[in-house]
Design a protein around this ligand. Sequence first.
Ligand SMILES: NC(=O)c1ccc[n+]([C@@H]2O[C@H](COP(=O)([O-])OP(=O)(O)OC[C@H]3O[C@@H](n4cnc5c(N)ncnc54)[C@H](O)[C@@H]3O)[C@@H](O)[C@H]2O)c1
Length: 288
Amino acid sequence: MVSIAVLGVGRIGGEIAFLSSVLGLADELIVYDAATPFLRSQVSDLSHMGLEIPISTDWREVKDADICVFSAGLPRNADVKTRADLLQANLPVAIECSQAIRNFSGVLITVTNPMDANNYVLCKKNGLEPRHCIGFGGQLDSARFRLAAKARGLAGEFFVVGDHGEYQVPLFSRLDQPVGLPVREEILANLRGASMEIIQGKGGTVFGPAYHIAELIRAVIEDRRATLTCSCILDGEYGLSGCSLGVPAVIGREGISEILDWKMDDWEKSHMADAGAFVAGLCREIGV
Ligand SMILES: NC(=O)c1ccc[n+]([C@@H]2O[C@H](COP(=O)([O-])OP(=O)(O)OC[C@H]3O[C@@H](n4cnc5c(N)ncnc54)[C@H](O)[C@@H]3O)[C@@H](O)[C@H]2O)c1
């Protein structure tokens, strides 16, 4: 019996509730959104699939869920250039939604941007177990890296670490061939701009993130021990702490079962240090 809670059932959260139902990931759903008439419509629409999955809208039940996806809050639009620019708007949303996860012992998946800072805030403010707090974004960035690298004839393993934003770090050292600086910078620029192209064209990203979040949920409930890049609360790993940041991790039933210590080249190490400094700065600004 798997119970999945979704806080904020807009574009992404609604799709997660939908996919969790149709893919058979959830036996029951708990969904909450501040926009009550919208929430009611989402619940009706979901229930009209006729899947006989109970759907609760009582946020007090979230604490007993196996998995809680935090996807409430403002998305970017064409005028909001970076994810970090959403901090002031979405921090109050994270604080407000914290009441639902104060005694939560399941696995939290943070989606709302700036995702790394929000994952850190939700973990620290609610006294959650760090290994239970997974920030989502690295899988999506890695899939985009795969596309950009393959388009240039590059092969190998495709992982992006660092922050889910301007300070993402594609791991070129895991590719089968050396990649020079100009191509690295070109791919990095491509990755940084990937979401905004979609936001300008259709208002926001849905299919890419929703698919990978569903895969993340599957890795947890099926205890897959999958190696994924996701944002983890760091305590000295990669020389960083005081932040949540994208790193390679083994994901299973208890959330993050291990943070992997991968070798990086000098370019990657330096970009990783910049990412850590940036997100730790945001977390200090918030006061956690
Ligand atoms: N991590 C990622 O890879 C990734 C990918 C896509 C979107 N996002 C982020 O996810 C968030 C949601 O994006 P979206 O496109 O679904 O936006 P959306 O506007 O479609 O949905 C957000 C929902 O949150 C609700 N909400 C706002 N304040 C709330 C509160 N205090 N309590 C409960 N619900 C509240 C809104 O009513 C709305 O339904 C954004 O911050 C976006 O940037 C992250």
